[in-house]
Ligand binder design. Structure first.
Ligand code: CA
Length: 241
């Protein structure tokens, strides 16, 4: 195990050549419950990863010295399937090839970004990577007129009444809750939630979405929490408090 294996906080690696950005990110993530290592180059990253493997890496796409974030993502992915990888791109970068099998990255975020958005992505990728929830002290997510508890797997109204959920509905709602403000394609949702289910067919996701809307939306005919993204899929929009 790593030298600091007793530290329960998830280890996040930040690869960013610009010192100010690297330090700002490191400080922000540390303040939010992560143990963070910041490095300025691919060479420094390799050295660090051998000694102290991270749970998640944030990789700047544009690095000096002939190595870009894609190369680093591939190197990391060859070493670990479970490691979460988020690419940090600049506006103007073509992002459609950033995420996917080609590079092994799980997600990307474009500069300039809201720190809170970055934090949401970090949490979502760590959960998907089977990683730690240590930095997430509140496993409760508000969805419309309901609250989803990711520990007890229970859905309740804000008034505290239980709302029954089938296993497949819970899996789908959890995925939505973990990926706020992101359009999630029906194919991706179907692949990700239905592995244990027998009813794998095209409409399974749409039917579950309809059922979930009846449970969580104030007005299921005009959904505001679980929205349809035309031509793309569905998106969970948290209430703006
Ligand atoms: Ca850079």
């Amino acid at each position: 195990m790593a030298a600091r294996g007793k530290d329960p906080r998830p280890h996040v690696l930040v690869v960013e050549d610009e010192a100010f950005q690297r330090e700002a990110l490191t400080e922000y993530l540390e303040n939010n419950g992560y143990r963070v290592s910041g490095v300025e180059s691919g060479a420094a990253m390799r050295k660090l990863v051998e000694k102290d493997p991270p749970a998640l890496a944030l990789l700047d796409l544009r690095l000096p010295g002939g190595e870009d974030g894609f190369a680093l993502a591939r190197w990391l992915r060859e070493r670990s399937k479970r490691l979460g990888i988020i690419m940090v791109t600049a506006s103007g970068d073509t992002v459609d090839r950033v995420v996917g099998l080609e590079t092994g990255a799980d997600d990307y975020i474009a500069k300039p970004f809201e720190p809170r958005e970055l934090l949401a992505r970090v949490k979502a990728v760590l959960r998907r990577a089977g990683g730690a929830q240590a930095a997430d002290r509140s496993p409760r997510v508000r969805i419309g007129r309901c609250m989803l508890d990711l520990e007890s797997r229970k859905l309740t109204t804000l008034a505290g009444e239980d709302v029954p959920l089938r296993a497949g509905e819970y899996e789908l709602l959890k995925l939505l809750a973990e990926n706020p403000n992101r359009a999630l394609s029906r194919d991706w949702l179907l692949e990700t939630v239905s592995h244990r289910e027998l009813d794998v067919f095209d409409r399974a996701i749409d039917i579950r979405i309809l059922r979930l809307r009846r449970k969580v939306e104030e007005d299921p005919a005009r959904p505001t929490s679980i929205r349809t993204v035309r031509g793309a899929g569905y998106m969970f929009v948290p209430p703006d408090d």
